[in-house]
Design a binder for this molecule. Sequence first.
Ligand code: PLP
Length: 355
Amino acid sequence: MSDPVLMGPGPSNPYPEVMAALGRPLLGHLDPEFLALLDETGDRLRAVFRTTNPLTLPISGTGSAGMEASFVNVVRPGDVVVVGVNGLFGERMCDVASRCRAEVVRVDADWGAPIDPSRLLAAHPSPAVIAVVHAETSTGVRNDIEELGAGKGDALLLVDCVTSLGGIPVEVDAWGIDIAYAGTQKCLGVPPGLAPMTVSERARERLVAKPQSWYLDLGMISRYLDSGARTYHHTAPISMVYALHAGLGVVLDEGLERAWARHRECGGALQAGLEKLGLELFAAEGHRLPQLTSVLAPVGVDEKEVRARLLAGGIEIGGGLGPLAGRGWRIGCMGHTARARNVTLLLAALGEVLA
Ligand code: PLP
């Protein structure tokens, strides 16, 4: 059987250039050639995050490590952290913030609906952190960020960009985001394993001196920025850094705007095609992510059986979560997977299975 077309919520199919990079011979993690590649990876991440933040790097670990690194490094016991919750990953943020012994102020919206930024801004008069998921992978909803940056006051703005980075506009500096983290396996077209992250100078000044996590202590990891010398902290996952470097290269060669447009066109075609099949989209209109589409299965159809039949034909899609669990699907169109031919293939296969 040929490789499956990965149209789940993640991972997406990696770019061929990324697979080639994974096969490169290893260098030592302190080899000057590797360090130069790591520096270039930081430059590429700055370009994709649209930031000049010196502290921009891939954290060793998946997207959840990025989330954890974000919270443990700026949240002190008793700090008020406002968290927007309209899906699984907002819930996870609350869990992580409460483990940092923050006073968590939740702002809930229905799964499938966006969070009104003014509710987040009004939730507390002086929070230390306002945290929100930009692209909620559990529902396919985009939460608006720009207004939060404009109104955040003294708070730090912490944004999960795991599913948004590379797929839809993320403007770290222009939107006033202080801490953003992502994952490699979604719109960057790289296997899972690293968490790209960027931290504003404003947030860097507020880093916790000794966070509860040794491994994710950004102060230690970023000491080279002040000292100018890289020393051993942990052994970088060399091959994954090669892969990320290559994936970012593909995205930047294509052009970030063109990559966003490709995601928009593929997601738009997919969503129109699903509606043509008579299916109902789950996420609120106007806030639908092109890279992750949530859709209800027709009443009486066993959604698991449909997924199994698609997988047998070489196409993987994801099941629902929360209110969509057992009732529908989440279909990814991210990174290298976001191609018109994959959309056509899936719509034809789904139409056949449903018929
Ligand atoms: N945040 C969002 C929005 C995600 O979609 C995911 C994973 O899908 C995560 C965080 C966690 O990332 P990981 O599974 O790579 O640890």
